[in-house]
Design a protein around this ligand. Structure first.
Ligand code: AMP
Length: 228
């Protein structure tokens, strides 16, 4: 049973590294952004609510995302653990996750913070594309698909996310980095935080992340209490 939280600013590489970790640990990726985008695509009540915030680069209210994400975490496929990509994004969400996990005798085992400076992120996101079928992530400059415009894995068209246009990207950074830093601090205090330099090439970041996850984590000998 391993619960790993991947932290990083929008565009830091969480969506790229999450499947690498998931394959290694044989657990699913639960990506809050994917859950929300699928609700938007299906025009569900959640999708209609979330779209108002997502299209402006704002965070969806804690109450909504906590309910939806914790429900998802309770499904059978996450019984053996999960990689959490994009959740928690605020201290309130991190505390709600701690409470939900501790109620089930579980905890966040590791948190990996993929650290990238904001200006690098803005440039990176201008080139980001995702596939329409499964959200597989590409970068036109550093990680293009083999066939232009098509996903290597499932062949679906790749597109720019509406919230990846520069003005929205800057709004997302403004809105999302301060609460993210609180979440980083939350896990640092809990003794489960590790940081990787996300400016390295993708393969190098993957290899560092896998090395981290396989190594015993010295700080974790410290007593750890969920914030209830
Ligand atoms: P992502 O794909 O993780 O970048 O998420 C896309 C958008 O979904 C974000 O810019 C937010 O508007 C929303 N979102 C995703 N995860 C969360 C979360 N944990 N809390 C609030 N909003 C979220």
């Amino acid at each position: 049973m391993t619960v790993v939280v991947l932290l990083g600013s929008p565009g830091a590489g969480k969506g790229t590294q999450a499947p690498v970790l998931a394959e290694h640990l044989e657990v699913p990726v639960l990506a809050s952004g994917d859950l929300l985008r699928s609700a938007v695509a299906n025009a569900t009540p959640l999708g209609r609510e979330a779209d108002r915030f997502m299209s402006r680069g704002q965070l969806v209210p804690d109450e909504t995302i906590v309910r939806v994400f914790l429900d998802r975490l309770e499904r059978d496929d996450a019984e053996g653990g999960a990689i959490l990509d994009g959740f928690p994004r605020t201290r309130v969400q991190a505390e709600a996750l701690d409470v939900a996990l501790s109620g089930a005798g579980r905890r966040v085992d590791r948190t990996i913070f993929i650290d990238v400076p904001t200006e690098d992120l803005v440039k990176r996101m201008a080139n980001r594309r995702i596939c329409t079928a499964n959200g597989h992530v590409y970068n036109l400059a550093s990680n293009p698909p083999r066939e232009p415009g098509l996903c290597d894995i499932d062949g679906s068209p790749i597109v720019q996310r509406p919230d990846d246009h520069e003005a929205t990207v800057r709004a997302r950074m403004r809105e999302q980095i301060p609460p993210l830093l609180e979440v980083v601090d939350h896990y640092r205090k809990a003794g489960v935080l590790q940081t990787v330099d996300g400016r390295e090439p993708i393969a190098e970041v993957s290899s560092r992340v896998l090395t981290m996850i396989d190594a015993p984590f010295a700080e974790m000998v410290a007593p750890w209490e969920p914030a209830t």
